[in-house]
Design a protein around this ligand. Structure first.
Ligand SMILES: [Mg+2]
Length: 226
């Protein structure tokens, strides 16, 4: 059987945070940049946190270089603030997500990793709050490491090859996410792409990105023959 590497998005793919991420970002931005203007109606779907910071801060006079230099401090701040606020939010796993991750974890020919727009620090906080064991995702690529989401799957793949000791080829990789940006970054790698309708895409938006598989939610994942 062909070994597979499964690269999962977090928000609206594995779990919903009920607004905890936005609230943590509100505090982290204020701490690191002194402003969080525009955050209330900022669309985060499919974006890396770094891209969101560029979109929010460059119109307010920050240079891209300034933002880049502050990313390590911002990553630290996000972890601290998310940990502090997340208990006040209703964080829930998406339908089928906990069972699927358990199934893939125990599957002999499946390995798990993350490709997420979240910071490295905030990813395990969200996973834990929704009932996932973050250690089941021992490697990943994060939104604090690149502006462009397309840069993340190659990083995650290289780390997974090293960690799992298997030279996964691109067509043995499966990228799962809820937005056209998830599908696009998987396609850029040459991976199999799976779109799930558990996010906030407009009707037809995810389908028009042409994922290899399109699911209502992860309860349908077992119907896919990969
Ligand atoms: Mg998402």
């Amino acid at each position: 059987m062909t070994p597979r590497l499964y690269l999962f998005d977090i928000d609206c793919t594995l779990l919903w945070t009920g607004g905890a991420g936005r609230e943590a970002m509100r505090h982290a931005m204020l701490e690191v940049f002194g402003t969080n203007d525009g955050i209330d109606d900022h669309p985060f779907g499919g974006k890396t946190d770094w891209l969101s910071l560029n979109e929010l801060l460059t119109p307010r006079g920050f240079s891209r270089d300034e933002i880049a230099r502050s990313i390590p401090a911002y990553d630290r701040a996000m972890g601290v603030h998310l940990e502090r606020v997340i208990g006040a939010f209703d964080v829930t796993p998406c339908p089928g997500a906990l069972d699927l991750i358990h199934h893939l974890h125990v599957h002999e020919h499946a390995e798990l990793a993350l490709v997420t727009g979240n910071c490295r620090s905030s990813s395990p906080v969200k996973l834990r709050a929704a009932g996932f064991d973050p250690s089941l995702f021992p490697v990943g690529a994060y939104g604090s490491e690149a502006i462009d989401r397309d840069a993340l799957p190659p990083m995650a793949l290289a780390r997974a090859v090293e960690y799992y000791g298997h030279a996964f080829r691109a067509h043995e990789v499966v990228v799962i996410g809820d937005t056209p940006a998830d599908v696009q970054c998987g396609r850029a790698l040459g991976a199999i792409t799976v779109g799930v309708h558990t996010g906030f895409c407009k009707p037809g938006e995810l389908a028009s990105s042409n994922p290899d598989y399109l699911l209502d939610d992860l309860t349908q994942f077992s119907m896919i023959t990969l």
